[in-house]
Design a protein around this ligand. Structure first.
Ligand SMILES: *[C@@H]1O[C@H](CO)[C@@H](O)[C@H](O)[C@H]1NC(C)=O
Ligand SMILES: *[C@@H]1O[C@H](CO)[C@@H](O)[C@H](O)[C@H]1NC(C)=O
Ligand SMILES: *[C@@H]1O[C@H](CO)[C@@H](O)[C@H](O)[C@H]1NC(C)=O
Ligand SMILES: *[C@@H]1O[C@H](CO)[C@@H](O)[C@H](O)[C@H]1NC(C)=O
Ligand SMILES: *[C@@H]1O[C@H](CO)[C@@H](O)[C@H](O)[C@H]1NC(C)=O
Ligand SMILES: *[C@@H]1O[C@H](CO)[C@@H](O)[C@H](O)[C@H]1NC(C)=O
Ligand SMILES: *[C@@H]1O[C@H](CO)[C@@H](O)[C@H](O)[C@H]1NC(C)=O
Length: 545
C-alpha cells in the first residue's frame, strides 16, 4: 500500500515536472540561457541571437525537435538586449515583462493584463505562447503571441481582426536575416469594403490576394487541391479572420514574408530541410493594378495588359510604350439612362474591393436589382461561389483584374444601353455564322463520309481482299474524326466568330487556334444555357479548388 502511494507520488512529481517545463508561473523568471519547451517538444522559448556576427539578444520562439532553431516569433523585435542579461517574468496580473537585469529597464512587455489572480504563461505545441487565468481556460486568454505575429504565419494562427479584443493582426518582414525589426513589407487585411488581403511595401499595395469567395481567395492562381493545408476564412460581427490548417498535423509548415518581400510557404522535409512549397508572387500579372482601371492582365498575352471588353486605353500613346497605369475608359459612357444593364465577364480575378459593399444573404438576382437601382454601382458578383449566395457591389472604377482561366469568377459590369445593344447584334450575327457553318460543316462531313464509303464499296467489289478493307476502315474513322474538328471553323469564320471577343477572353495568341474555336462554341452554348438557367454562378460552381 505504502509502495503504491510512493509510486503515485513519484508519478505526480514527474508529471508536474514535464508540465512545468512548458509554463512560466507567477513571479517566475526565465533568464538568458534558460528555456521552456512545449509539451511535445515541438517549440522552445528563450533568448537567441539571429546570427553569430551579432551579440544582440532577443526573446523568441523557435522549432525544437525538428527544424531546430528556426525562429517563428520574436518579442523584442525593435529593442535587442546587448548582453546576455535579459530576463522574462510573469507578473501576478498576467503581464509578461522582459527586463535587462543590469539596468532593470523594461525592454518589452505584453500588452494585456487583469487583476492579480491565478495566471500562467504556457508555450503550446502549435508555437502559440499564451497567458491565461487558470480558472478561465485558454479560450478566454489574457494575451497570446498569435495575436502579435512577426514575419511568420503558422498553421491555425488567425490573421485578421477581432473587435472584441481590439486586435488587428498583420505580418511584417524582418529588416534583414540578422535583424528582426520590422522591414518595409507587410501582409495585412483591408476592411474598408469586403475584406481582402494585401501585401504592401510601405504604403504602396504590391499584391492583392483578394477576398474569400467561399472556396479560395479570388486571386488564387492555383486551383489544385492542396494536399498539405487548407485555407479557411471566418467572418461574423466580432471577428474576421483568415487561417490555414494542416491536413496532417504531423507535417511541419510555415508561411514567411522574407526581407525581400517574398511570401513563401515552407514544408519541412527531414532529409532536405525547409523546402519551398509555393510562393505567392509568381507572375507579373500579380503586380497590383498593373493594367490601370478597367484594364485586365492576361499572363498568356503579350503584352500582358488589355482593356476589358467595351473599354479602350485612356492614353493610347502611353499604352503603346507599355505604360498601362492610365488604364482604360468606356467606349460608350454611362449616363444612368434607361436600358443600362450588365455584361458578364467570366474567369476573372475580381477587382479591388476597397470601395465595395456586401451582403451575405442576398441572391444574385437581388444583387443585380440593387446594383441596377443605384447609378453609382459599377459591377456586382456573387459573394460566395460555393453556396451561390451573397452580393458584392462595386462603386468605383474597377482595378486590378486578371484572367484566371482555371479558377476565375464571374463579374457583371455595368454597361450603357448602346453597348448592350451592340452585344445583341454581334451575338445575332455570331449565331448566324454558327447556323450557317454548322449545317454546312456537318453536310460536308457527311458528304465526305459518303464518298469514302462509296469508294470503299467500289474497291471492295473490285478487290475482295480483307487486308485492304481493314486499312480503309481505319483511315475512314480518321477522316470522320478530323471532319468534326477541323472543317467546321476555318480561319476566316473564326475571325468572324471571335471578332467581338476582347483580349480578355483570348487564351492564347497566334498559334492557339483551337482555343478560339472552343471559346466560340462555349459562348454559343453558354448563351443557350443562360436562357435555361438564369443563375450564372451554377456553371462555375463546379470548379474544384
Ligand atoms: C509575486 O511577487 C509579488 C511582489 O514581490 C508578491 O506580492 C506576490 O505575493 C508574489 N506572488 C506569488 C504568487 O508568489
Ligand atoms: C554560427 O556558429 C556556429 C557554431 O560556431 C556554426 O555552426 C554556424 O555555422 C555559424 N553560423 C553562421 C551563420 O555563421
Ligand atoms: C555588456 O557587457 C560588456 C562586457 O561584459 C560591457 O562592457 C558592456 O557595458 C555591457 N553592455 C551593457 C549595455 O550592459
Ligand atoms: C498592423 O498592426 C499594428 C499592430 O497590431 C497596427 O497598429 C497597424 O495599424 C496595423 N497596420 C495595418 C496596415 O493594418
Ligand atoms: C501524417 O504524416 C505522417 C508522417 O509524414 C504519416 O506517418 C501519417 O500516416 C500521416 N497521417 C495521415 C492521416 O495521413
Ligand atoms: C444571413 O445569413 C446568416 C448565415 O449565413 C444568418 O445567420 C443570418 O440570420 C441571415 N440574416 C438574415 C437577415 O437573414
Ligand atoms: C451611391 O448612391 C446611393 C444613392 O443612389 C447612395 O446612397 C450611396 O451612398 C452612394 N454610394 C457611394 C459609394 O457613392
Amino acid at each position: 500500500m505504502e509502495v503504491l502511494f510512493i509510486l503515485l507520488y513519484c508519478f505526480h512529481i514527474l508529471f508536474t515536472c514535464t508540465i512545468a517545463s512548458d509554463t512560466i508561473s507567477i513571479n517566475q523568471t526565465i533568464r538568458d540561457g534558460q528555456t521552456i519547451v512545449s509539451a511535445q517538444q515541438a517549440f522552445e522559448l528563450g533568448f537567441f541571437s539571429p546570427s553569430n556576427a551579432s551579440h544582440n539578444r532577443y526573446l523568441g520562439i523557435w522549432y525544437k525537435q525538428y527544424a531546430t532553431g528556426t525562429v517563428v516569433w520574436v518579442a523584442n523585435r525593435e529593442t535587442p538586449i546587448s548582453n546576455k542579461t535579459g530576463e522574462l517574468t510573469l507578473n501576478p496580473g498576467g503581464l509578461l515583462v522582459l527586463r535587462d537585469s543590469t539596468t532593470n529597464q523594461i525592454i518589452w512587455s505584453s500588452d494585456a493584463s487583469r487583476e492579480a489572480g491565478n495566471v500562467v504563461a504556457q508555450l503550446l505545441d502549435d508555437s502559440n505562447f499564451i497567458v491565461f487565468g487558470g480558472e478561465d481556460g485558454q479560450e478566454n486568454y489574457i494575451w497570446q503571441s498569435f495575436d502579435h505575429p512577426g514575419n511568420t504565419l503558422m498553421p491555425d494562427m488567425k490573421f485578421g481582426r477581432n473587435l472584441k479584443r481590439g486586435i488587428v493582426t498583420n505580418y511584417t518582414s524582418w529588416k534583414s536575416d540578422n535583424d528582426p525589426s520590422p522591414g518595409p513589407f507587410m501582409i495585412c487585411m483591408d476592411f474598408s469594403g469586403y475584406p481582402q488581403i494585401f501585401q504592401k511595401n510601405g504604403d504602396q499595395i504590391q499584391y492583392r490576394l483578394g477576398s474569400w469567395n467561399g472556396l479560395a481567395y479570388s486571386g488564387n492562381t492555383n486551383n489544385h487541391p492542396n494536399p498539405i493545408y487548407r485555407n479557411w476564412f471566418y467572418m461574423d460581427e466580432i471577428e474576421t479572420s483568415a487561417v490555414y490548417v494542416l491536413r496532417n498535423k504531423s507535417v511541419l509548415a510555415r508561411l514567411t514574408l522574407s526581407p525581400q518581400g517574398n511570401m513563401a510557404q515552407w514544408n519541412w522535409i527531414n532529409t532536405q530541410g525547409w523546402f519551398l512549397y509555393s510562393s505567392l508572387t509568381t507572375d507579373s500579372c500579380e503586380r497590383y493594378a498593373l493594367c490601370g482601371v478597367h484594364g485586365i492582365c492576361d499572363i498568356q498575352q503579350s503584352p500582358n495588359c488589355g482593356c476589358l471588353r467595351g473599354f479602350t486605353p485612356k492614353r493610347p500613346d502611353q499604352w503603346e510604350i507599355a505604360d498601362w497605369m492610365s488604364g482604360c475608359q468606356r467606349e460608350i459612357p454611362l449616363d444612368c439612362g434607361v436600358g443600362e444593364g450588365f455584361r458578364k465577364y467570366s474567369f476573372v480575378k475580381l477587382p479591388d474591393t476597397q470601395q465595395s459593399w456586401f451582403d451575405r444573404n442576398m441572391s444574385l438576382d437581388q444583387c443585380k436589382m440593387k446594383c441596377t437601382n443605384e447609378c453609382n454601382c459599377t459591377a456586382y458578383a456573387t459573394l460566395n461561389i460555393e453556396q451561390g449566395t451573397g452580393c458584392l457591389l462595386w462603386y468605383n472604377e474597377l482595378i486590378d483584374m486578371r484572367t484566371l482561366p482555371n479558377n476565375g469568377q464571374d463579374i457583371y459590369i455595368r454597361m450603357s444601353a448602346a453597348a448592350l445593344e451592340k452585344d445583341k447584334r454581334s451575338s445575332r450575327s455570331k449565331k448566324k455564322v454558327l447556323a450557317i457553318i454548322l449545317p454546312v460543316g456537318l453536310g460536308s462531313v457527311i458528304l465526305l463520309g459518303l464518298c469514302v464509303i462509296i469508294i470503299i464499296m467500289k474497291k471492295k467489289k473490285k478487290k475482295k481482299k480483307k487486308k485492304k478493307v481493314k486499312e480503309q476502315g481505319r483511315s475512314d474513322s480518321i477522316v470522320q474524326k478530323d471532319g468534326v474538328d477541323v472543317p467546321l471553323f476555318n480561319q476566316s469564320t473564326l475571325s468572324v466568330a471571335t471578332n467581338n471577343f476582347s483580349t480578355d477572353n483570348k487564351l492564347g495568341e497566334g498559334g492557339f487556334g483551337p482555343v478560339y474555336k472552343i471559346l466560340a462554341l462555349q459562348e454559343a452554348l453558354e448563351e443557350m444555357r443562360q436562357k435555361q438557367t438564369p443563375k450564372g454562378w451554377l456553371e462555375h460552381s463546379e470548379i474544384s479548388l
